[in-house]
Design a protein around this ligand. Sequence first.
Ligand code: CTP
Length: 432
Amino acid sequence: MGEIDLTKPTNLLPRLRRGLGAGATEALEVVLRLAEEEGRALYLVGGGVRDLALRRGQVDVDVVGEGQVLSLAQKVAAVLGGRWVEHRAFGTVTVEGQGFRLDLAMARAERYAQPGALPKVRPASIGEDLARRDFTINAMALALCGRQSGQLLDPFDGMGDIARRVVRVLHERSFIDDATRILRAVRYETRFSFSIEEETLALLKRDLAYLDTISGARVRHELLRLLAEDRPEKGLLRCQELGVLAAIHRALRFDDELATAFRRARRAGRASPQPELYLGLLGTRLSPADAEAVTLRLALSKRQRQALEAAAALAQLLPWLSRPDVRPSQVVERLEPYPLSAVDACALLTSRSTAREKLRHYLENWYYVKPSLDGRALERLGVVRGPGMRGVLRLLKTARLDGEARSRQDEVELVQGVLAGKVELPGAESSD
Ligand code: CTP
């Protein structure tokens, strides 16, 4: 993380310019020139100002202007040969082109008709726009042009809170209006190694139940953003401590052993960018029925659901996998229906060494084992296509996995044994 720097806020504008790539610099110059021509002010807002103050690398260029921004965005796109997309419900327009992406938004005020509902918005001043935001560190604006160019608007002392390294809400109904902010507070705390300020923390705990007012898609979105942080285990431990996970679903939990498995996953280079492995790890702590309920609560996608639910089912197999008499072919038969990410999650987690070894062998080797003889080779030996042939192929795979056939010749002999009635084909044998 960059050093916290509280040199004069007027330094932020040159710092913004220095930090942008060539494409983004040109786009910013064009938008500012056009805005000056129209005699209107534009501001950099939200995370971008905070990240400039924190000297954190890449800054998102989120620009706000008072009044409509569509025609300005269209002009910018025309000058730069870029594309624009309007998100009318939010009063925002994205302009994209060679090496830049610019989000232009109309300054707005929000009113929450009910807790957790998407707010009703109306055009407003920049001051009102800042006042609708989540935390003081995100409620600053840097004037980019016009009379105030280079000045920082910081009505809630966001700079002070950056210096104090705290995450603080602007008013006491903030989490009630939008309980996704509970997860966001933990995410910023985690990312910047800040602390949630004392009163904010009390409000957060008071308002945990409002997470119920948030749709599955929105909770999932914020949870996945937490999982995408560099060290998500830190945030999840904090969520556990504060009761956030239980407020999302009573069975969701996180612990030190899972945190270790998260770190192990990253060291092995398997965790990014897909969240499935992390979700799988969370799934190992759930019963299959609870995993299904969590899937519903978070409105998970198909892949995410499979990762979570398969890991929950697999975790139930761990005692069986710990038995020394379980053969590789039995392991393969049991594990094959599950996605590899779920097997991986269980392997990263389990402290039962016999089970872990089997899972590792499965992932690195057994999963890929095939007999040398294929259908055609079997036909040449006199096996007729159909269910019988499938049985023979299964027998050969089992023999390979369990070390009973080590060469093509061993397989040929097994097949000949079957044809001569000396070797029995496996039936629907139970693997317990
Ligand atoms: N915001 C808010 N309440 C929310 C979500 C967003 O007030 N529930 C405001 C904040 O001012 C935030 C800005 O909208 O800075 C942009 O939202 P987002 O992109 O989610 O936040 P960033 O701070 O840009 O997040 P990140 O740094 O993780 O991209």
